[in-house]
Structures are given as C-alpha cells and as structure tokens.
Design a protein around this ligand. Structure first.
Ligand code: GLN
Length: 477
C-alpha cells in the first residue's frame, strides 16, 4: 500500500478509482497485526471498520462522501465512542463502555472518517513515556528499545508505523506534541477552547485539549476544519464560530526564541545545533528571528504540576468503584468499596498525583502551593502574552532530547517531569502550539521543532508550521 502523507492524495486516488477505502482499511488492519508488538492499539475495531469502509466506498462512487471520507483514524483511549470500551489505560475502568460519543468522535464520523481502534496511553494521560499504562508500554517504531513519548504514545506510534492516517490525542502538558516529536509526526495542541472536550476523560480541566497527530500540517488543518468550533455540550469553548482552517500564504514573520531553548542545560547538542540552523535558515528567508528573555523557565514545570495535580485530584474522585469500572472483590461496605477499588484500580503515578493534588489543596498548605501556583500561572501568562504581542511566534525545541530508552527515567519522576519543560508553557497559558519533525535525525531518531502562537492564532500557526515542515511558503488561498 502506498503510504500517503496527505489525505488529499489518497482522496484523489479514491475518486479516480485507484484504491478503495475497504482495501485501505484491510491493509491497515493487517499491518497493525504485524506491528502488534509495538502495543500501540488496545483494541482494533476490525469488523465494523471494514463494514463502514464498504458503505463509504459506495458514497464515494455516488459523490456524496464527506470531507474525511475513508480517512482512517485512531482514538486515544480517553476519548469516548458510544458502545465501545474506554479505559484511559487504567485498570479502574475495566469493563466500562462509553454511554455516548465524544463530540470529536461524532464529528469525525459525520464526515465519513473510519475509526480503526483505540490507542494505548499513559494512565489517565499522566506521563511522558507511555510506561504508565496498565496495559504495558508502547514501543517507538524507529527503535523498539526507546519510548514513543506520552501520554498519547499509542496514537503517535499508530501514525508513525503507518497503522492509520491520523490519530487523536489529548494534550494537558505536552501529551500530543512530545510523542509527535519522538516519532517524527506532526502534533498540534489548539488554543484552549477551540475543540470540544465533551466525552474526553478529564485530567486537568483548565489545561486539557484534544488535538490531532498526523503526517502533515495539511492533514492537521483539514481535521481541525471538522473538529473545531462551538458545541452545545461543552460550554467552556470559544463561543465564536471556528476560523477557516485553510492554510494561508505566509509573509515575513517575527519570531522570538529563548536562549535557554537553544543552549540551555540538558539540551542535546544536536538539537541545539539543529535549532541554530533553523534560526539561520528562517533569517535567510527574510523572517526576523530574535532572542527574547523569559525569566520564568524554572517555574513552568512546578507550576504545571501543582495546578494539574490539584485539578486531577478532583476530576479523578468520580472513580470510586460504584458507578463504573472496577470494583474491588475485597470490599465489604461503602468505605472499603471506595478505598480498595481506588487502591487496587489506580496505578502508582496516578496515585502519586492524586495525593500531591490533595496535598496542595489541603487546609494549611493551599495558600503556599495552590494559590501560589495560580499566581505563577498569571505571571507566566502575562509574560508570554507580552512576547506574543511583539512577535508572531515563539520557536522552541519540543523536547530537550530525542526519545529516551525504556526504563531510563521510569523510577525518577522529577527527571520525567523535566522532559515537559518546553511543552507546558502552551497549556499553562492556553496558547496554541505545534510540533513538526526537524529535518535531521539524532542516532536515527526524530526530534521536533515547536512553535507557539498567541491565543486564537491557530491558522497563522499552522500555516507557518507548514512552511517549516515543507519549505513551501505558499499554499492554496
Ligand atoms: N507529560 C505530562 C504529564 O505527565 C503531560 C501529560 C499530558 O499532556 N496529558 O503530565
């Protein structure tokens, strides 16, 4: 099967009769079976995907097919699809089936996409390596001794290993962009409020966003056309209609970078060199690229972990062994149902975060931690807004290193948390950000270049990212 990097090429072949959706789905399913050792999928919906493919082939012939006809998409295991299991890769949701579909799921189906399966992730999207799944780690397809990143590691690897055309992930602190960086895919976190979270299992609600992982910025933009915009089931969204996501012509831009993002401690020397090369290339193309100072770099990760764990401790209180999922067999009354189901059902990282979050919210400490965290969030946001009022984008590496080895950071939560240093800023501030693969590889592994834009400048961001990925400044108007 030809590996399409853009949906538009595949669509053209479908319409010209050079391929069919059914054949495409069948070959993805076969391939997914061959690559089962990567552990990217927790479940493949083979039969229904093929049945749907047949129907969509008919629609294509009849000229009535939707915008995403035949696009084969994987869903992260924290996005609901009615009648299908969803578990956030946690034992606590064992046996649970979604009662309704997430808005993103419905919107994909309404445009005739094919949902091929649900992908493994870090438990409740907490992690940066996919080693926190109750169903085992996901392996990086470029080197199976390395992690794919997390928490949307299964979604990233499904795209990387060509087991689907695109996947949805969720990004609370980098969970779409960081695995995209480690797998050579495109990962985009939209502006906070751009894409509905109705039907997303919440981790930290003032940070969480759903977004796509794809092979090209063009496919990212196409998916956003379908996914973005108000939803009567999610009142937290921007209430204005979504922008037109067609990529625009890119003129000369002003771009800021941080010294620490290029030469900082802990940055792999080849990422440092690659970033410098990117900066000179952009300058040679006539863009203004300048260093700016951002004094809060050391506060990003602590701020993120204080606030997200506080929100998680509240969001995850609904999993108590009563309403859905796992219930301990050793429970004898209400209290032991709560305690034992939670103790047995949650994994160690989730427990660590629930306890940390409860601590930072507890009487006697919330002023020192939670309230302080909120103030720091405000400082970070104001400084980022100030930079983005003078510049179009902030340019950073997505991660300080390429994919690390399995087990390398698994027993050191602080080292793992520091892997998020460049991704959490966009979530703390609600800004859109994208990771595109750099041209070079390090020890055979991909790494990502990240751009952050001001809130609601998503289309400008994607248009420039397209330029960065392809070197082509113009696109269809
Ligand atoms: N790696 C970060 C964490 O562990 C990001 C997670 C995410 O974005 N869901 O929380």
């Amino acid at each position: 099967m030809e590996a399409y990097k853009r949906y538009s090429d595949y669509r053209r072949d479908l319409e010209q009769g050079n391929t069919t959706v059914t054949a495409t789905v069948q070959s993805f399913v076969e391939r997914a079976k061959t690559y089962i050792h990567l552990n990217a999928f927790l479940e493949i919906w083979e039969e229904e995907a093929i049945e749907r493919a047949n129907q969509i082939d008919k629609k294509i012939k009849a000229g009535t097919a939707g915008k995403l006809a035949g696009m084969v998409i994987a869903l992260k295991d924290n996005i609901c699809y009615a009648g299908h299991s969803v578990s956030a890769s946690s034992k606590i949701l064992q046996g649970f089936e979604s009662l309704y579909s997430a808005t993103v799921t419905d919107r994909l189906l309404a445009e005739d996409a094919i949902l091929i399966g649900r992908t493994n992730c870090d438990e409740f999207a907490m992690g940066a390596s996919n080693e926190n799944s109750a169903f085992g780690p996901v392996l990086n397809a470029d080197d199976t001794e390395r992690v794919p990143g997390g928490s949307s590691g299964g979604s990233a690897v499904a795209v990387q290993a060509q087991l689907c055309h695109a996947a949805l992930g969720s990004d609370t602190g980098g969970s779409i962009r960081q695995p995209a960086s480690f797998t050579g895919t495109v990962g985009y976190k939209p502006t906070y409020g751009m894409i509905s979270r109705h039907g997303l299992l919440a981790y930290a609600s003032s940070f969480d966003q759903i977004g796509p992982i794809t092979n090209s910025v063009e496919d990212t933009a196409l998916l956003c056309e379908v996914l973005a915009g108000p939803d009567e089931f999610d009142a937290t969204l921007i209430q204005k209609p979504a922008p037109n996501f067609s990529l625009k012509h890119v003129g000369k831009k002003k771009i800021a970078y941080l010294k620490e993002g290029i030469d900082g401690e802990g940055i792999h020397p080849e990422i440092s060199a690659g970033m410098k090369k990117t900066i000179s290339e952009l300058q040679a193309q006539g863009h203004t690229v300048e260093e700016v100072s951002f004094p809060y770099l050391d506060y990003l990760v602590p701020c993120y972990y204080v606030l997200t764990t506080a929100e998680a401790s509240s969001n995850l209180s609904r999993y108590q062994g009563l309403l859905y999922g796992y219930r301990s067999k050793n429970a004898v009354d209400l209290e032991t149902t709560f305690k034992k189901s939670r103790s047995e059902g949650f994994g160690p990282e989730v427990k660590r975060r629930i306890m940390l979050g409860t601590f930072v919210l507890s009487e006697g400490y919330y002023d020192a931690y939670y309230t302080k965290g909120q103030k720091v969030r405000r400082f970070i946001t104001e400084k980022t807004e100030e930079i983005l009022s003078q510049y179009d984008f902030i340019l950073l590496p997505t991660t300080p290193t390429p994919a690390f080895r399995l087990g390398e950071k698994a027993n050191n939560p602080i080292a793992m948390y520091l892997a998020d240093i460049f991704t959490v800023q966009a979530n703390i501030t609600g800004m859109p950000a994208i990771s595109v693969p750099a041209a070079s590889r390090i020890e055979g592994m991909s790494w990502g270049i990240q751009l952050i834009a001001a809130r609601s400048n998503d289309v400008e961001l994607l248009s420039f990212a397209h330029l960065l990925q392809t070197g082509k400044a113009t696109h269809e108007a």
